[in-house]
Write a protein that binds this ligand. Structure first.
Ligand SMILES: NC(=O)C1=CN([C@@H]2O[C@H](COP(=O)(O)OP(=O)(O)OC[C@H]3O[C@@H](n4cnc5c(N)ncnc54)[C@H](OP(=O)(O)O)[C@@H]3O)[C@@H](O)[C@H]2O)C=CC1
Ligand SMILES: Nc1nc2c(c(=O)[nH]1)N=C([C@H](O)[C@@H](O)CO)CN2
Length: 235
């Protein structure tokens, strides 16, 4: 039996699509969720282990690591997906916003990578850490300043941890631009956003799934960032 894959924030959207993909491949799975969406019932019914955690809570990491160790002594991969796409316009308390962005996108992955390394090392094959970052980590974002900086920090972790954990653990980033819109996105926003990339489409979760499968199936790629952005950097 392969060691489980851990996905953070796996109860909706991209994280949920990833979870369903690995379940369909009969791979053991541990998923963290904050809000108990109906999807959690479905994931549990499919055999996934679902652990509730709000990373804003004190001691969340230590409690999560303890629960993971109760479930398994090894991990095949850790996919850092949990994220909060927050912005300065909606958060006038910029001090709190910056701390919140850095916590969920950089501190949580850092602390989990440090704590879960022994389980990743115990995998009977080369294991993986995947950080899901964002195109704006490279370019910056005037409307999501703290968010973009925190994703840049997350991207940098890929290089440090790749050097720290090689050769038993590979560490990479997947850096998407638009993958899927949000329900509240209006047509004007969608039109403007689609025009930002060369491909001009809303590609869907399969693009991230395929990118992560590429990384998990490689025996050689580590310390790198896989851009999944429709050529946005060339517009
Ligand atoms: N969607 C897109 O087009 C793009 C996505 N990305 C990145 O891809 C990843 C997935 O994106 P998407 O599916 O849209 O993500 P979502 O915005 O849907 O968030 C994913 C999950 O993160 C969870 N989460 C947020 N804060 C916390 C917290 N404090 N503790 C625990 N869980 C938390 C949310 O839980 P809850 O359900 O309780 O809110 C949610 O289920 C993210 O890292 C995102 O930044 C990058 C570029 C484009
Ligand atoms: N946690 C999230 N991060 C991001 C989201 C999202 O919905 N949740 N969405 C985007 C946008 O799609 C952007 O890439 C294009 O406008 C970015 N990050």
């Amino acid at each position: 039996m392969a060691a489980p894959i851990l996905i953070t924030g796996g109860a909706q959207r991209i994280g949920l699509a990833l979870a369903k993909h690995f379940i369909s491949a009969d791979l053991p799975l541990i998923v963290t969720y904050r809000t108990r969406h109906k999807s959690v019932d479905e994931l549990e019914a499919s055999g996934a282990t679902c652990i509730q955690v709000d990373f804003n809570e004190p001691d969340a990491i230590a409690q999560l690591v303890e629960k993971i160790k109760e479930q398994t002594s090894a991990l095949r991969a850790v996919i850092h997906n949990a994220s909060s796409w927050d912005c300065e316009k909606l958060n006038p308390d910029h001090d709190a916003l910056f701390d919140n962005m850095m916590r969920i996108h950089a501190k949580v992955p850092y602390l989990l990578n440090m704590a879960l390394a022994p389980l990743l090392q115990a995998s009977n094959e080369v294991s993986d850490i995947v950080h899901i970052t964002d195109y704006v980590a490279e370019k910056g974002s005037p409307k999501h300043v703290a968010y973009a900086a925190s994703k840049a920090a997350l991207d940098n972790l890929s290089r440090s941890f790749a050097a720290k954990y090689a050769p038993n653990i590979k560490v990479n980033s997947v850096s998407p631009s638009l993958i899927i819109f949000n329900e509240h996105d209006d047509e004007a926003y969608k039109t403007k956003t689609l025009q930002k990339s060369l491909m001009g489409i809303e590609p869907g979760c399969q693009e991230v799934i395929a990118s992560i499968e590429l990384l998990l199936n490689s025996n050689y790629i580590t310390g790198r960032t896989l851009a999944v952005d429709g050529g946005r950097h060339l517009k």
